[in-house]
Design a protein around this ligand. Sequence first.
Ligand code: ATP
Ligand code: MG
Length: 422
Amino acid sequence: MSDRLQAIRGMHDVLPERSPLWQHLEDHARSVLEAYGYREMRTPLVEPVELFKRSIGEVTDIVEKEMYAFEDRGGDRLALRPEGTASCVRAAIEHGLLDQPQRIWYRGPMFRRERPQRGRYRQFHQIGVEVLGLAGPDVDIEVISMTRRLWRVLGLDGLRLELNSLGDAGERARYRAALVEHLAAHADRLDDDGRRRLTTNPLRVLDSKNPDLAEVIQTAPSLLDHLGTESRAHFDDLCAGLDAAGITYSINPRLVRGLDYYNRTVFEWITDALGAQGTVCAGGRYDGLVSQLGGRDTPAVGFAMGIERLLDLIDTSGVDTGPDAYLVALGEAAQGAALGIAERLRDEVPGLSLLAHCGGGSFKSQFKKADKSGARLALILADDEVAAGTIGVKPLRGQGEQRTLALDALIAELRDTRGRMA
Ligand code: ATP
Ligand code: MG
């Protein structure tokens, strides 16, 4: 007997039963992003490994430990993308999109070889945004407003916004010295990663998930105290703009991000409902990345949200997972006419989702399948109805008696309810 094959650990199937919930989130996200004039970009899932090393940074969890990197049969060093920003920037440079500001969004799977647990997978999915060519802080406020609008549309409350500024490269270099002094004084309390990063990339220590380091991190000097005039003004204007927009936030002077390319604004939307995997959306400015990857000097800001974590939070109980109607047909004339009537209903009722029974069977067994499909209505066709040009309509959920309607009257009713749902 052969072994049964299984999906790779940390990589999950989205079954038909659950995909309406994904679509619910994706559809709302798309309409919010389009309401701000953002357009979708689709890039390959596989890129040269060098792209991620040069953007995310060599001394980061992603590049050091998590990337699915491999050599293909031609000897090229490739990687499954662990995130979307590097690819968007690569594509924008490659296709000469940088002569005007770009507001881009993307969605799709990302790959990181982390320890699988709730909210942390090896293939996970993000929806993200990248704005190229605008220095902010007005556009920083725009992208944050956009996320807030999405939470509202999805009925998500209980997310809090944390904010920090990482300053520019010079400011970070001065901060780095102060941080190293602090961390070195507590070197005995660092873990192996922390001690190593003390010399390679000390800011990374602040992003450690190890609870033993929490106190050393909490008492570390604040980045905000090391900002120069311009970075300070950018941050103050950002805060004032958020205040004016009625967006509440808390400033977390130890918030850094797991990727090296960020500068100035960084932010995270966090929930307490998902334990350690509480960040559902994260982003910030990356003004140096475009030139670092060979493009012209271009300021940029963006964010990415984790779809699995958001789906864990939103109340999807009201999302329809079944079709609008299920058509059952009994008798020879009815079965002969059923497919034609189904086509006519789909022609005349825009957006109608109609499941037509296939495979015959008794009235009882067809009805059972109609019930199980999750449909709102059963449409019932027997030979009498076909002769009279009518159809039986029975609500499968909620109250309501079975009625017999002329086909035209049914079409009018279905159009009306679809119209109200759209
Ligand atoms: P974390 O600190 O939780 O590891 P991160 O800083 O590595 O997150 P980003 O690279 O900023 O995450 O990705 C943005 C968002 O994508 C995260 O806030 C999270 O919602 C989601 N995400 C990141 N990694 C995973 C994963 N392995 N599984 C599921 N979602 C993830
Ligand atoms: Mg991570």
